[in-house]
Design a protein around this ligand. Structure first.
Ligand SMILES: Cc1ncc(COP(=O)(O)O)c(C=O)c1O
Length: 403
């Protein structure tokens, strides 16, 4: 193998790591080489528009899109005709929330929760500004939504409940089956943001009582810029107003020429995720536990955030007492992780998820999210434990005694 082709992992094994160890798989994942291989022909010789019905170029693009639709559906045990391709989970969430609310009576009611991703909370806020009623439920200390609270929040004019399957910061998995049963009993549509859950934990839409489900390809080793909203057909009562007017693609819910190479990559990524899931989940949970045990053995004053058992296999969110997450981030040259601050604004805010779970502002700012994924190894975990422990000890010395 040529040296420039060596991955960071190979380099780390030979002590010549040139890039930080990647442990931020909740932010995004690398495109699997097998996914890229599947995509490449659709940029070049098979470049047709899937909506062109008069020639071979269009037919092969159409066939590829339909095959991908089947692969996405199959990961979730859904039907291919329930898959509506979008540009990602942000768009899928917007389509679900704005689409359902705008198709309902003015002033209808939406229920969501405080630990949701901004891609749900921001559309909910906009809907509220537009005159819809919105209830934002609190979460418990582990970041979970209580199904009884959902039941209590539902009013006669409630049309939609939107609760995520797994949290992107702390990995907590919500009791969606129970929440779904509550919604079914009250005849309210349930939307579920599964951007972090899909491909990481099993999802079976034949048994999970969810009506709308959002997905994103780049969280499961597929390309950025594509995702899907699953619109369950059994839930015939779901009326959705599209966000875009155009050619009426995707069952009139999402107009616009489909990005065929991205869709093909998304499909292949789902197929690979389905095949790898049980083994990968076990391996990542083992690595995650090793990381936690190693950090706890070397450091005191640390706490794990999120649910102790109902959590994503590759997620570890830790608060380090006496340390600023951002300062720690700056110390960690050999590992790419994410701090608990949402740096989407000029003024970094402490994580709204950790704050909703009841953590103080100081502890929220002292948190780091480790997101383990397909490429991570035991050796990398051990290297990260040492580097993090050293950095935390150094920062604590500085805070105690000054630089
Ligand atoms: C839970 C959750 N929802 C939605 C999104 C947005 O996904 P996308 O990047 O596909 O728009 C993310 C990505 O960070 C996420 O973690």
């Amino acid at each position: 193998m040529k040296s420039e082709q060596m991955s960071a992992i190979d380099r780390s094994a030979t002590g010549m790591r040139s890039r930080p160890i990647y442990m931020d798989h909740h932010a995004t994942t690398p495109v699997d080489p097998r996914v890229l291989d599947a995509m490449l022909p659709y940029f070049t010789e098979k470049f047709g528009n899937a909506a062109s019905v008069n020639h071979l170029y269009g037919w092969e693009a159409y066939d590829a899109v339909e095959a991908a639709r089947g692969q996405v559906a199959s990961l979730l045990n859904a039907s291919p005709r329930e898959v509506i391709f979008t540009s990602g989970a942000t768009e899928a969430n917007n389509l679900a929330l704005k689409g359902v609310m705008r198709a309902s009576r003015p002033g209808s009611h939406l229920v969501t929760a405080a630990a949701e991703h901004r891609a749900v909370l921001d559309p909910a806020r906009r809907l509220q500004r537009d005159g819809y009623q919105v209830t934002v439920l609190s979460v418990d200390e582990h970041g979970r939504v209580d199904p009884e609270q959902v039941a209590a929040a539902i009013r006669p004019n409630t049309v939609l409940v939107s609760i995520m399957l797994a949290n992107n910061e702390v990995g907590t998995i919500n009791p969606i089956s129970e929440i779904g049963r509550v919604c079914r009993a009250k005849q309210v549509t349930l939307h579920c943001d599964a951007a972090q859950a899909a491909g990481r934990i099993p999802i079976d839409l034949q048994t999970l009582p969810v009506d709308l489900l959002s997905l994103s390809a780049h969280k499961l080793y597929g390309p950025k810029g594509v995702g899907a909203l699953i619109v369950r057909k059994g839930a015939g009562r779901v009326r959705i107003e599209p966000l875009l007017d155009g050619g009426g693609h995707e069952n009139r819910l999402r107009s616009g020429t489909l990005p065929v190479p991205l869709v093909v990559g998304f499909g292949r990524a789902c197929e690979l995720a389905a095949a790898a899931l049980p083994e990968e989940a076990t391996r990542l949970a083992w690595l995650r536990d090793r990381l936690w045990t190693g950090l706890s053995a070397q450091l005191d004053g640390i706490r794990m955030n999120g649910h102790p058992t109902e959590r994503l296999p590759g997620n570890l969110n830790v608060s380090f007492e006496g340390v600023q997450g951002d300062a720690l981030m700056a110390q960690l040259k050999g590992v790419a992780v994410s701090s608990g601050s949402a740096c989407t604004t000029a003024e970094p805010e402490p994580s709204h998820v950790l704050r909703a779970m009841g953590l103080s502002e100081t502890l929220s700012r002292a948190s780091v999210r480790f997101g383990l994924g397909r490429g991570n190894t035991e050796q990398e975990v051990d290297a990260v434990i040492d580097e993090v422990a050293q950095a935390v000890r150094k920062l604590r010395r500085i805070t105690r005694f000054g630089p």
